[in-house]
Structures are given as structure tokens and as C-alpha cells.
Design a protein around this ligand. Structure first.
Ligand code: TYM
Length: 330
């Protein structure tokens, strides 16, 4: 049995990328493994949410987690800031993380480029906090999307470095996990990159049918193929990638053939795609509405989750401090 840890930032509502990149795997993994799924609300502070929004965002993501099928009776579901052992391990790991390697991280370099006015130290040490989240439960598997691959590699490096530094074999080196398949990246509707919370290019699990239709019909396309079997442009490839996760294979095949023979009508394809997304999202959206109105239930889930997560985290932290050389004063 594996120990599985994975988290989602509480930066905004969950989108199809979060679902197909990570959450779908959580749901599959929870029955066979010891799973810890949490809401990374400390990580969300790098974007400076307003105090009035922070709690609402956490509550929203929690309800969405549960609406997707994560079962708090089976997995441990908790909020990162309820586990004080995590920031303590983060502090300890920071002593063995080097500024140079953190500055070279792709996600950090991207933030420096995209938001030069807010290059805070939390962004620089983001991978260290993520490593603490994971190794504090001595995880062996981490279901994530492709964008988190490098962070996982750094987690392994920090775990290995701790073991080497203190001559122990304490932390396992966790692997990114997607049931043997390649990690995936769901693209956005804007014709490039990935679907992201901060890029406003996505379909949210809480979007209404009208919103979904509007967004999909506005998705970027191109002028259409002019020769048979023409190489697809990135925006068209993106639409097919989204279609491949929500539509049935026969539908994808049909439109691929239409593309290959230059008979495709993007408007028609988008209509189909919108309806398939709606079919997929609607039951989840209905559960989100239902669950988010039950505040008592949500409070119970996180209280029980915090207790279980703290039991696991405090045992690790005790060992780690002992290994580092902290002793009782007797
Ligand atoms: P976050 O909140 O950006 O994303 C949560 C999960 O969704 C996946 N994901 C995607 N997968 C495929 N295509 C996309 N377009 C897409 N967008 C997001 C992410 O890969 C991720 O699995 N650093 C993490 C949160 C975190 C964490 C952890 C994860 C904090 N501590 C410990 C795992 C283990 C993050 O920002 O995820």
C-alpha cells in the first residue's frame, strides 16, 4: 500500500485541468491507499488574497473536492494551515535548500516574468513548502498534473539530501503518479499554454451551462485546414485534447476524420464540445451547490481530517528533530 499526498491551492474555483490532472486520480487512489488530500491555503498566500476572500475560497475548494468524489471517510481530507507541523518542517528544510536551485525553478522564473511587482520569498521557497507537505507523511506517491513534475523532482532531492546529510534512510523519495500513464496537461481555451486559475482561460466545475457554452464558443481556433491531413495548429490541438477527456472516443474520431478531410466546421465541433462538457460538469456542479450549503458537515470533515493529519505529521516531526540533534533537556 502506498502513502499518497496531494494538494490543491485555494486560489480560486477548480477547473477541468485540476480535475483531469489531479482530482480524478485522487478519487481512484483513495480506496487502495492511505491518502492525504488537502487544501494548500498557505501556498495561496503568494497571491495576497484579501482576508475576506481567503476563508470563502477554502470553503469553496473543500466543497468542490467532496463534490468530485473524495470521500472523507476513506481519505484524510484537511486544510494545510490546520497542521502547524508543516510550517515547522518547512523551516527545517529551508536550511538545506539552496537559493540558486530555487531561483532556477521553472515556476519561479515564470512568476518573475509574469508578476515582477510581487516576487516574494514565499514564491522562491514554494517548492520547499510543497516538499514539507509531502514528506511529512512519508508519502511514496503524489498524483499531480504535468505542471508539478519539477516540484516533485525537487521534493525527491530535498528528501534525499536530508537522508544523506544525516546518514539516515528516513524519507522515501515520492514519485509523481498517474496510474502508469504520462502526467497530463489540460490546455486553456485561449489557444496556448495550460488551463490555469490565474489565466482566466478555463472551464470551472461550478460553471453553469450558459457560461460553458459562451466560453467554448469563444475559444480560439484557426482558419481551418486547406490540405488533407494538415498538421494541427496549437489552438485546434488544444480543443481536441479537451474533447478527448470529456467526449466519447467515437466523437473525437468523427471530428478528427472531418479535420483530416478538411470538412470540419469548428462551430459545430465547439457546440458538441460544449454539450459534452456540460454533461460532465452538471452533476458535479449540483453536488457543489448542495455540499457548500452544509457548513456543519464541512466543519466536521476538516476537524476530523486535521486530527488524523496531525497525528501523522507530528510523529514525523518528532523523528526529524531527533535526527537533526534536538534532545530533551534532562
Ligand atoms: P494547483 O492548485 O495549481 O493545481 C492543483 C492540481 O491540479 C493540477 N493542474 C493541472 N493538471 C493538468 N492540466 C492543467 N491545466 C492543470 N492545472 C492544474 C496540478 O498539477 C495539481 O496537481 N503546488 C500545487 C499544490 C500543492 C501540492 C502540494 C500538490 C501544494 N502542496 C503537495 C501536491 C502535493 C499547486 O499549485 O497546485
Amino acid at each position: 500500500m502506498d502513502i499518497v499526498v496531494s494538494g490543491i491551492r485555494s486560489t480560486g474555483k477548480l477547473h477541468l485541468g485540476n480535475y483531469f490532472g489531479a482530482i480524478r486520480n485522487f478519487v481512484r487512489m483513495q480506496r487502495e491507499n492511505k491518502c492525504f488530500f488537502f487544501i494548500a491555503d498557505y501556498h495561496s498566500l503568494t497571491t495576497h488574497p484579501k482576508p475576506d476572500d481567503l476563508h470563502g475560497n477554502i470553503k469553496q475548494v473543500l466543497a468542490e473536492f467532496l463534490a468530485c468524489g473524495i470521500d472523507p471517510e476513506v481519505a484524510t481530507v484537511f486544510i494545510q494551515s490546520d497542521i502547524p507541523e508543516v510550517p515547522e518542517l518547512y523551516l527545517l528544510l529551508n536550511m538545506n535548500a539552496y537559493v540558486g536551485e530555487l531561483q532556477r525553478t521553472t515556476s519561479f522564473k515564470e512568476k518573475v516574468r509574469k508578476q515582477p511587482d510581487n516576487v516574494n520569498a514565499g514564491l522562491l521557497t514554494y517548492p520547499v513548502l510543497m516538499a514539507a507537505d509531502i514528506i511529512i507523511h512519508k508519502a511514496t506517491k503524489v498524483p499531480v498534473g504535468k505542471d508539478q513534475e519539477q516540484h516533485l523532482e525537487m521534493t525527491r532531492r530535498f528528501a534525499r539530501r536530508f537522508n544523506t546529510m544525516y546518514g539516515v534512510n528516513y524519507f522515501p523519495e515520492p514519485d509523481a503518479y498517474n496510474f502508469g500513464e504520462k502526467l497530463i496537461k489540460i490546455p486553456g481555451l485561449d489557444g496556448s499554454g495550460k488551463m490555469g486559475k490565474s489565466d482566466d482561460n478555463g472551464i470551472y466545475l461550478s460553471d453553469s451551462p450558459e457560461e460553458i457554452r459562451k466560453k467554448v464558443m469563444k475559444a480560439v481556433t484557426d482558419a481551418g485546414p486547406t490540405v488533407p491531413n494538415q498538421k494541427m495548429s496549437v489552438p485546434i490541438k488544444n480543443l481536441f485534447t479537451i474533447m478527448s477527456v470529456v467526449s466519447d472516443p467515437a466523437t473525437v474520431k468523427y471530428y478528427k476524420e472531418k479535420y483530416a478531410t478538411c470538412e470540419i466546421r469548428y462551430g459545430e465541433m465547439k457546440k458538441q464540445l460544449a454539450e459534452d462538457i456540460i454533461k460532465f460538469v452538471t452533476p458535479i456542479r449540483e453536488r457543489i451547490i448542495q455540499i457548500s450549503s452544509d457548513t456543519k458537515y464541512l466543519a466536521k470533515v476538516v476537524a476530523e481530517g486535521a486530527e488524523k493529519a496531525r497525528a501523522s505529521a507530528s510523529a514525523t516531526l518528532r523523528d526529524v528533530k531527533e535526527i537533526i540533534g534536538y534532545r530533551k533537556w534532562i
